[in-house]
Design a protein around this ligand. Structure first.
Ligand code: ADP
Ligand code: ZN
Length: 601
C-alpha cells in the first residue's frame, strides 16, 4: 500500500508532470488503491479525474470510466493518450474500425482506462467483454446523474448499481461536484450496496475572482468586460436564446471571436461551435445554460452572467467552469429587478410540488443575498455550503469595499410593518404598507390605517425590496416559505427593532449606477515575456490542429506561462516545468525549446 502510494507520487510527476497533489486527491487515491468503495464530492476543477486515472495507471488492471457525454470521453481519451497512457472509448460515434481495435485491445488486456456511456454498458456483450478484459474498478463520473434530485438526472444511470457485479470488478468509485445533501444520499443509495467512504472536498475555488453588479445598460457592460479579456477563452451566459444570438452578433461586430450556443440551434451548428470553443484558446461562447455540462476545458479564463442565474447552485456550477487549471480566472454576474421577477415567476409557474418550490425559493433567495450582502462574496457563498473563511481579498467587495449607510431606521420601518400585521404577510404586502400604497389587499385588511402606512414614501419600491433582501441576508428577518412566504422577525431582528443593535446596508445596490473604474482581473503572466508567450501559443495551436486535439491537450496554459517565465534551455530543465511528463517531453520538448532559444527552422 505504502509502495503503491510512492508509485502514485512518481507517476504524478513523471507521467502527468505535476509536482503536488491538489487538496483531497491523495487521500482519495489511497482509498481507491486500497480497493475501497468511494464517493467523492469535490468542486468542479478540483481534479476529480486524476483520482481515478492515476490509480488506473498504478493498479495495472482495467478501470472502466462511466461518463455521460461522448465529447467528454473523447477529450479525456485524447489527454490520456497524449500522456502515453493506453486509453480508449467504446461508443456509437466511433468508426466501427476503432471500436474493433478497442475490443481487441481489451481482450489482450492492453488498456488501463476504458470510457463508456451507461447505455452501452446496459448491453450484455459489453459487460461480458469487460469481464474478459479483467476490469477491476468501475469509476462513475458526474455521479449526481443517478439522482432524481439532481437537475441532470439520466434514467439509464439507475442501472449502474449492478454494474460492478456484472463486470466482476472489486470496487465502485463515484465522483460528483453536486454539493446538495439530498442528492448525495440518493447517489450513495443507488450506487453502493454498503456505505462507501465519503470524501467531501472543500468548496472554495480561490483562483476564481468573484464580482456581482447591478445591471446598468447590460449590453455595454458585457461588451466592455469582454474587451478587458481580449484573447482569452470565456463563456457568457444569457437567460434566453434570443439574447445569446443578440449578444454574439454584437460582439462579433466588435471584432470578438464570439459564437452562440443554445438548444434551438441546429445540432450541427451547436456541435461545431462547442468544438471550436473547446479546441481554440481564445473563443468566447455566448450561451444559455444548455451549455457546459460535460465541458472539460481547463483554460476558460472568464465566465460572465449577462443575466441573473437560476439559483446559488447554478451560479456556482456555471462560474466553476472557469479556471479549472487553477490559474486566475475572472467572473462577473449582472442582475436587475427584471431578472429577479422572472426567476420568481419561473418557480411559481413550474409544475413542482410545494416542497420543491419552497426549496427553489430558498436557493434563489440565497443567490439574491449573495448579490446584495455587504460582506465578502466568498464568505457568503461558502457559508451557504456550510464552510467558513476569512475575507478573501479576491472579490469585488474585498477589493473595492462597499459604500454603506446606517439602515437601522429603514429596517425598523419594514419590521414594524411585519409586526403590526401579525407577521403573516409576504414581501409585496409589507413593502406596499411602508410605501403607502393602498392596494385592494392593504385596504381589505385595514392596513392603510396602520401608523406604519406610508412611513417609507421617500424611497422607491425597488429600494425597499433591496432593503428587505439585505435585512434578510443579515438574518434580521426570515422567510417562512412553507407558510406561503410570510416574513417573520428573528431574535437578531428584535434587537434592531428595540434599538439595541444597528444594521449597515449597502447603498450601491439601492440605486444602481454604472461604475466608472475599470475592472482588474487580467490573467497575470508572471514575468512571462509577452511576445514569447504568443509564439509558444502559436506553436501549441499548430501542434494541436495537426494532431486534431484541443490546444490544452498539448500543454495547459500554466505550462506555457512557466516556459515563457523560466525559459529552460535543455530538455532536462524543461522536464521540471508543470505539465511536462515524459511522453510530452519526448513528443514536444524539442519544438518548444526551439521557440524559446530562437532556433526555429
Ligand atoms: P474536475 O473533474 O474535478 O472538474 P479535472 O479533473 O478536469 O477537474 O481537473 C481540472 C484540471 O486540473 C485539469 O486540467 C487537470 O489536469 C488539473 N490537475 C488535476 N490534478 C492536478 C494536480 N495535482 N496538479 C496540477 N494540476 C492538476
Ligand atoms: Zn472577498
Amino acid at each position: 500500500m505504502a509502495d503503491e502510494l510512492t508509485r502514485a507520487r512518481t507517476i504524478l510527476r513523471d507521467v502527468f508532470g505535476f509536482q503536488e497533489f491538489r487538496p483531497g486527491q491523495e487521500a482519495i487515491i489511497a482509498a481507491v488503491l486500497g480497493g475501497e468503495d468511494v464517493l467523492a464530492v469535490m468542486p468542479t476543477g478540483s481534479g476529480k479525474s486524476l483520482c481515478y486515472q492515476l490509480p488506473a495507471i498504478v493498479g495495472g488492471g482495467l478501470t472502466l470510466v462511466v461518463s455521460p457525454l461522448i465529447a467528454l470521453m473523447r477529450d479525456q481519451v485524447a489527454q490520456m493518450r497524449a500522456l502515453g497512457v493506453p486509453a480508449a472509448s467504446l461508443n456509437s460515434s466511433n468508426e466501427p474500425d476503432e471500436n474493433r481495435r478497442t475490443t481487441e485491445a481489451l481482450r489482450g488486456r492492453a488498456l488501463r482506462l476504458l470510457y463508456a456511456a451507461p447505455e452501452r454498458l446496459a448491453r450484455n456483450d459489453t459487460t461480458a467483454l469487460l469481464r474478459e478484459a479483467g476490469c477491476t474498478t468501475v469509476a462513475i463520473d458526474e455521479a449526481h446523474c443517478v439522482s432524481q434530485w439532481g437537475h441532470d438526472f439520466r434514467p439509464e444511470y439507475l442501472a449502474l448499481g449492478g454494474l460492478r457485479d456484472a463486470v466482476g470488478a472489486r470496487q465502485t468509485v463515484a465522483f460528483t461536484a453536486t454539493a446538495d445533501a439530498a442528492t448525495r444520499a440518493d447517489v450513495a443509495a443507488q450506487l453502493f450496496r454498503s456505505r462507501p467512504r465519503l470524501f467531501l472536498g472543500g468548496f472554495d475555488r480561490p483562483n476564481l475572482r468573484l464580482a456581482i453588479r447591478p445591471k446598468a445598460g447590460g449590453k455595454k457592460q458585457v461588451a466592455e468586460y469582454v474587451q478587458q479579456h481580449k484573447g482569452e477563452a470565456g463563456i457568457i451566459y444569457c437567460s434566453s436564446r434570443a439574447r445569446t444570438e443578440d449578444f454574439a452578433t454584437a460582439l462579433a461586430a466588435a471584432g470578438v471571436n464570439a459564437l452562440p450556443y443554445h438548444a434551438g440551434l441546429d445540432k450541427s451548428v451547436r456541435d461545431a461551435n462547442q468544438d471550436t470553443f473547446v479546441r481554440d484558446d481564445a473563443v468566447v461562447i455566448v450561451a444559455t445554460v444548455a451549455f457546459g455540462m460535460g465541458i472539460d476545458k481547463p483554460d476558460v479564463r472568464f465566465v460572465c452572467h449577462a443575466d441573473l442565474p437560476k439559483n446559488i447552485e447554478s451560479y456556482y456550477q456555471e462560474i466553476g467552469r472557469a479556471g479549472r487549471d487553477g490559474l486566475p480566472a475572472d467572473t462577473l454576474t449582472l442582475y436587475g429587478q427584471e431578472d429577479i421577477r422572472l426567476r420568481r415567476m419561473q418557480i411559481d409557474d413550474s409544475q413542482a410540488g410545494d416542497e420543491q418550490k419552497r426549496v427553489e425559493f430558498q436557493r434563489l433567495n440565497a443567490l439574491l443575498s449573495l448579490c446584495e450582502a455587504p460582506r465578502c462574496r466568498r464568505q457568503t457563498l461558502l457559508a451557504y455550503f456550510g464552510e467558513t473563511t476569512e475575507p478573501c481579498g479576491n472579490c469585488d467587495l474585498c477589493a473595492d469595499g462597499v459604500q454603506t449607510f446606517d439602515g437601522t431606521v429603514d429596517a425598523q420601518k419594514l419590521m414594524s410593518a411585519m409586526k403590526r400585521t401579525g407577521e403573516r404577510f409576504g414581501s409585496e404586502h409589507v413593502v406596499n404598507i411602508v410605501l403607502g400604497n393602498a392596494t385592494d389587499a392593504v385596504k381589505q385588511y385595514g392596513h392603510d390605517k396602520l401608523p406604519t402606512f406610508g412611513v417609507g414614501a421617500a424611497r422607491g419600491k425597488n429600494e425597499w425590496r433591496s432593503i428587505l433582501r439585505q435585512i434578510h441576508a443579515a438574518g434580521l428577518v426570515s422567510l417562512d416559505v412553507a407558510g406561503y412566504g410570510r416574513w417573520v422577525i428573528t431574535p437578531a431582528g428584535r434587537e434592531v427593532m428595540g434599538g439595541r443593535a444597528k444594521i449597515d446596508l449597502r447603498a450601491d445596490v439601492l440605486t444602481p449606477r454604472e461604475r466608472k473604474r475599470k475592472e482588474r482581473g487580467v490573467m497575470p503572466t508572471g514575468d512571462a515575456d509577452g511576445p514569447l508567450l504568443d509564439r509558444l501559443k502559436q506553436l501549441r495551436r499548430n501542434l494541436a490542429s495537426a494532431a486534431r486535439v484541443p490546444a490544452y491537450v498539448v500543454f495547459p496554459d500554466r505550462t506555457l506561462i512557466e516556459l515563457a517565465t523560466h525559459q529552460p534551455k535543455t530538455l532536462a530543465e524543461m522536464s521540471a516545468i508543470h505539465g511536462v511528463g515524459q511522453a510530452k517531453l519526448t513528443r514536444y520538448g524539442a519544438a518548444f525549446l526551439a521557440v524559446i532559444t530562437g532556433k526555429e527552422s
